[in-house]
Design a protein around this ligand. Structure first.
Ligand SMILES: [Ca+2]
Ligand SMILES: [Ca+2]
Ligand SMILES: [Ca+2]
Ligand SMILES: [Ca+2]
Length: 322
């Protein structure tokens, strides 16, 4: 057991897992888009504070330039969520250097604190703009060593902050960490992670979305908190120790809801698979949600775009009955 735990930890820290793709949301997550609303948005539409923070880790061994690419960075057109006229501005800022990740306010998204810590490497504002509608915009190149070096990750960390600066519409978008300026090509051994995740669920009731919080060896219980789930089905916990019969509490429109769950030995140094199964009869569309997890000390747990540990759990997902 100890040997297994040490091995999993080694995989996490050295980045030697089979992580060859860095879209956010991740392929395994099956989440269509991230969501950030304009600064005048109505939180009942599913974004509690109009900001999203995503981290990327580049392994120390990777020395070529990297790029952070954004799909549909504008707010307007087909993908985005309109309220009245399109009037939303969105800023995208990329940070590296000391403090980019290690500043707790960044991990906790403390918007009146030092969340924009580190060295600003690039920044751009987007509004409604057909030039960028359903297109990719590329930030970079960045030298990996411009990130914050963290020995425990075995590499360099970059941070992107996506923040509504005006307007009330919903910006939907995707990210990709690439080693190429004009196409998505994975950076071998890199990964993306985040502590508070804001995204759109599929409209199709048969699509199951996943997130993969990483459970380290000191976690004995987790508290999950979610916002504006619109009673859309259920969230079930699947792991080496759980078949999926334990549910996390969800709430209705504009509601914050939490539930606490014990962690089992087999789950430590692994990822949980939180499966989000839509309501089968609610016909719930455009459902934007927020979720985060904390350990028993109130520290936020990272979700990784690619599950880490002894994956994959081949559970049979039943979508009946909700
Ligand atoms: Ca508007
Ligand atoms: Ca658009
Ligand atoms: Ca957009
Ligand atoms: Ca919602």
């Amino acid at each position: 057991m100890l040997k297994k735990a040490v091995f999993s930890l080694f995989l996490l820290l050295s980045g030697l897992t089979q992580t060859f793709a860095q879209p956010v949301p991740g392929l395994d997550e099956n989440i269509p888009h991230l969501v950030t609303f304009g600064s005048e948005g109505d939180i009942a539409w599913g974004d509690d504070n109009f900001c999203q923070i995503i981290f990327f880790k580049i392994p120390e061994s990777f020395t070529q330039p990297v790029y952070i690419r954004v799909y549909d960075p504008d707010t307007g057109g087909n993908i985005d969520e309109q309220k009245g006229e399109w009037n939303t501005g969105m800023s995208y800022s990329i940070f590296g250097g000391k403090g980019a990740w290690s500043e707790k306010d960044a991990q906790d998204m403390v918007l009146d604190g030092n969340y924009d810590s580190g060295t600003l490497l690039a920044s751009k504002e987007f509004y409604e703009n057909s030039e960028y509608d359903e297109k990719w915009y590329t930030f970079g190149p960045f030298n990996p060593s411009e990130g914050e070096f963290r020995k425990e990750f075995g590499g360099y960390i970059f941070k992107i902050i996506i923040e509504g600066i005006s307007g009330d519409d919903g910006n939907l978008y995707n990210l990709y960490l690439s080693n190429h300026p004009d196409r998505n090509h994975a950076v071998e051994g890199a990964s993306a992670f985040y502590y508070k995740y804001k995204f759109r669920l599929h409209d199709d009731i048969n699509e199951v979305a996943h997130i993969y919080p990483h459970i380290d060896e000191k976690v004995v219980s987790i508290k999950q908190t979610n916002f504006d789930w619109d009673n859309d089905g259920r969230i079930q916990i699947v792991s080496l120790a759980r078949p999926g019969d334990e549910l996390m509490k969800i709430g209705g429109d504009s509601e914050w809801v939490s539930s606490t769950h014990k962690i089992y030995e087999e789950e430590k140094t692994n990822s949980l698979d939180l499966q989000m199964i839509k309501s089968q009869k609610g016909n719930i569309k455009n459902n934007n949600v927020v979720i985060y997890l904390e350990n028993q000390y109130g520290e936020k747990l990272p979700f990784f775009s690619i599950p880490i540990g002894e994956y994959k759990y081949q559970s049979n997902i039943s979508v009946e009955g909700f």
